[in-house]
Design a binder for this molecule. Structure first.
Ligand code: GLU
Ligand code: MG
Length: 460
């Protein structure tokens, strides 16, 4: 007798297989995002898709020890011996509009017995989602990405697509064709675009998408990054979501907007009409947890060498553990609500996140930190009503506002001091993540700026 769950799974598998066949797909990519934040995968011939959805595709355990330079970090148990399975989530099936006869699903990394591998980032996020549900709430989120469009010269260096001004109408036109193609490709994958505008940096664009339940939000972030870069490439351009692709230009954020809902997803528990900023106790506790763990959380949300070029005071990217209403220098901004639906539009925005992060680790870390604030009923302290970089040191001390770690090494050191986040990650994921990131730190801190820019530009 098959259980309900496996009957559901069979239905989903059949649906995915016929969707793939119906769309004339030849290859289906099984995509994972690794400790270095890089999305990688293996593809199956559609003929064998049916069994592979349950069996998965084999992968060497060593890949979770590989960094963004394809260097293998020394991690015990992650060498040439040993195998896991990339097992796709049929709910994430999309036909890829930018590659011929191709489709994709995101995967969990499972052990041979079918249980989650301890170093699987997507399973880590699922555990945090379950922990939030135990406390009576679900999380809606979206990654709000900025990215840079560029051309590549004969010498291999990148130059911004244009020099248009912030939100400039001319910039909208310069980039209109490729942006329209990117938006069409995202919509074809069921990712709904909310807005579009050219941003401050030369060639910089922003394309906020609609929010979704946390797991789907992280999956969408994977597809978003893939789509932007691939569609740009097909237009003869290069797109980079790297935190600081051009050191003299504005950085690219991947701000995380989040809100907390009841278990039915019907009521936004972050909203309280009686509060001055319309935020509930639950909302404040969550924000307080995020701020308290932020120095360590940055290792997950801003995890590349290049990330710390972006996180400078007065660059609207955030550099201090401050929060405030509509404060774009706060690590956490409370965006003002919209009159048409104050409750539903209540959310907070973590500015200190970028697209060199693994979205499952970044969002999972955010949930773990926020949840700690909820459990301990923490308060976020006074809001910053000015740029926190404009307070004196004494004022910041008094307000409990701290400067972020100033480089990747400091952020990793902070993570290694944060018991809560370390326990949430679990020893194996933590150990492999730290090894990968410490090797990145070593490699980039010994190289020059051009090497850093080239690799981050290209990889993200
Ligand atoms: N580009 C800024 C960043 O690095 C964000 C600017 C804004 O949208 O407020 O996060
Ligand atoms: Mg922006």
């Amino acid at each position: 007798m098959v259980s309900n769950t496996s009957a559901d799974l069979q239905t989903q598998i059949n649906r995915v297989v016929s969707a793939a066949e119906g769309a004339g797909v030849r290859l289906v990519r099984f995509l994972y995002t690794d400790n270095g934040g890089v999305t990688r995968g293996k593809a199956t011939n559609v003929k064998f898709l049916h069994n592979r959805i349950t069996d998965g595709i084999g992968l060497t355990v060593a890949m979770q020890a590989m960094n963004m330079l394809d260097q293998l970090a020394p991690v015990e148990g992650m060498g040439p011996v040993g195998e896991i399975r990339l097992v796709p989530d049929p709910n994430t099936f999309v036909v890829l509009p930018y590659a011929p006869k191709s489709a994709a699903m995101t995967v969990d990394m499972l052990k041979l017995d079918g249980t989650p591998w301890e170093a699987c980032p997507r399973s880590f996020l699922k555990r945090q989602i379950a922990a939030c549900a135990e406390q009576g709430f679900t999380v809606q989120a979206s990654f709000e990405d900025e990215f840079t469009l560029a051309t590549r010269g004969a010498d291999g260096t990148f130059a911004p697509l244009d020099e248009s001004l912030c939100f400039s109408a001319v910039g909208m036109t310069t980039a209109a064709e490729v942006m329209d193609a990117i938006i069409a490709a995202l919509e074809a994958q069921g990712i709904e675009i909310d807005q579009y505008y050219p941003e401050l940096g030369h060639g910089q664009q922003e394309l906020p998408i609609r929010h979704a339940p946390a797991l789907a939000a992280a999956d969408r972030q994977v597809y978003f990054r893939e789509t932007v870069r691939n569609v740009a490439y097909r237009h003869g351009l290069y797109a980079s979501l790297a935190p600081k692709p051009f050191p003299d230009q504005a950085g690219n954020g991947a701000h995380i907007h989040y809100s907390l809902w009841d278990l039915d997803g019907k009521t936004n528990l972050m909203y309280d009409a009686a509060d001055r900023y319309g935020v509930s106790h639950l909302g404040y506790h969550f924000i307080a947890g995020v701020l308290q763990h932020l120095p360590a959380l940055l290792a997950l949300t801003c995890p590349s060498f290049n990330s710390y070029r972006r996180l400078q005071p007065h660059f609207w990217a955030s550099a201090y553990t401050a929060w405030g209403p509509d404060n774009r220098e706060g690590a956490v901004r409370l965006p003002s609500q919209f009159r048409s639906d104050r409750a539903a539009s209540t959310n907070a925005e973590l500015k200190a996140c970028d697209s060199s992060s693994n979205p499952y680790l970044a969002l999972g870390g955010l949930l773990a930190a926020g949840l700690d604030g909820v459990r301990r009923k923490l308060a976020p302290g006074k809001p910053s009503l000015i740029d926190p970089g404009n307070y004196s040191d004494a004022e910041r001390d008094q307000l409990g506002i701290h400067r972020f770690p100033i480089n990747l090494k400091e952020a990793l050191d902070s993570l290694e001091k944060d018991r809560l986040l370390m326990e949430a990650l679990g020893p194996y994921l933590l150990k492999s993540f730290l090894a990968v990131k410490r090797l990145e730190w070593e490699s980039f801190s010994q190289a020059d700026e051009a090497y850093e820019i080239k690799h981050h530009f290209w990889t993200f």
